[in-house]
Design a protein around this ligand. Structure first.
Ligand SMILES: Cc1cc2nc3c(=O)[nH]c(=O)nc-3n(C[C@H](O)[C@H](O)[C@H](O)COP(=O)(O)OP(=O)(O)OC[C@H]3O[C@@H](n4cnc5c(N)ncnc54)[C@H](O)[C@@H]3O)c2cc1C
Length: 289
């Protein structure tokens, strides 16, 4: 006979946080990663060692709102919710459209993609270039951490057991002059895990680069981003000189260290990642005509 699983589903967030403070529970939002991670053989319920606690229905975790130039996204917004929301920036919608199929998008959440911390998580490169901050809530109060500090390795995040990721904050996302792209390379346009993910952000003042950011997914244990390399381009004018582009590409060549696995080879991943970077740096959309 199947083992019994203890499951909690409180009406309110404060009750949920109190329970998390009393007992170490496995949080389930959409469950699309948790159920796969703990799956047993066919017909047998998943083998989750801890009591489970559902959070996907909590309205406090499903709000999207704008606070001056910052965008706040509730961690339990599903991908389908976000596709329907007029405040969500187009590049993030473009990334979401590449994730799984509609059934999974109806369940999977942005908070789940972050807390699962897969190197191939499709929203992560964009969240890194948006300098996303995460609002973590517990009975002890709130704390805000940068996404790059929160994600520590594959499936490893800096979350205390009594905390819930409540909001994803995208600072200055409505700023003028920024150009953001997301590219995913997989076996097909959607419903495929990324071989390589790339996000690029550039903010111009006339031809001058005021800010530029790059993040690569699926080519290392976490997203690859280097503020030191980005800084080399700030203050330069577009179109960039070939030598500047070559210098940045060579710098990333040194720090991108992908692996071979069932989805791709390290050589393919690195070649494609650097090609995407080169393409972004020479893109016509934000170049003066
Ligand atoms: C068929 C299939 C296809 C998929 N395709 C893709 C794809 O193309 N691209 C992609 O990136 N992913 C894909 N995924 C993975 C998955 O759908 C996403 O990572 C999704 O965003 C996970 O969200 P969730 O709400 O289902 O997370 P869950 O499974 O509920 O949780 C994932 C992890 O995060 C924790 N967690 C969730 N929410 C919170 C929170 N608010 N606070 C604290 N901890 C939390 C959970 O405890 C768990 O450890 C796919 C999955 C399946 C099954």
């Amino acid at each position: 006979m199947a083992e019994k699983i203890t499951a909690y589903r409180f009406d309110r967030l404060d009750q949920t946080l109190s329970q998390l403070n009393r007992e170490d529970c496995a949080i389930i939002a959409g469950g699309t990663d948790v159920m796969v991670l703990h799956k047993s053989r066919r017909g047998v319920p998943p083998n989750i060692p801890n009591p489970i606690i559902f959070i996907d229905h909590l309205s406090e975790l499903k709000r999207v709102y704008q606070n001056q130039t910052d965008l706040h996204i509730g961690a339990c917004c599903t991908y389908s919710d976000l596709l329907d929301d007029p405040l969500i920036p187009l590049p993030l919608k473009n990334a979401i459209k590449t994730i799984a199929a509609p059934a999974i998008r109806n369940r999977g959440t942005l908070g789940g993609n972050i807390c699962n911390a897969s190197p191939a998580g499709d929203t992560l490169p964009l969240l890194y270039v948006y300098n996303a901050k995460l609002l973590l809530r517990s009975v002890n109060g709130d704390r805000v951490v940068a996404i790059s500090d929160f994600i520590q390795g594959p499936r490893r995040v800096g979350r205390h057991p009594n905390e819930i990721l409540a909001e994803i904050i995208l600072p200055s996302v409505f700023e003028e002059g920024a150009h953001v792209v997301f590219e995913k390379v997989g076996n097909r346009n959607a419903d495929a895990i990324a071989k390589v993910g790339f996000a690029g952000y550039i903010r111009l003042n006339g031809p001058r680069i005021d800010d530029v950011r790059f993040a690569f997914g699926a080519v290392g244990p976490t997203m690859v981003r280097s503020i030191n390399i980005e800084k080399k381009l700030v203050g330069k004018s577009i179109p960039l000189a070939d030598a500047d582009i070559a210098q940045v590409v060579a710098a990333f060549d040194k720090i991108i260290k992908p692996i071979d696995d069932q989805r791709s080879t390290a050589t393919y991943r690195k070649t494609v990642a650097l090609n995407l970077l080169r393409y972004f740096l020479t893109m016509k959309q934000y170049q003066p005509i």
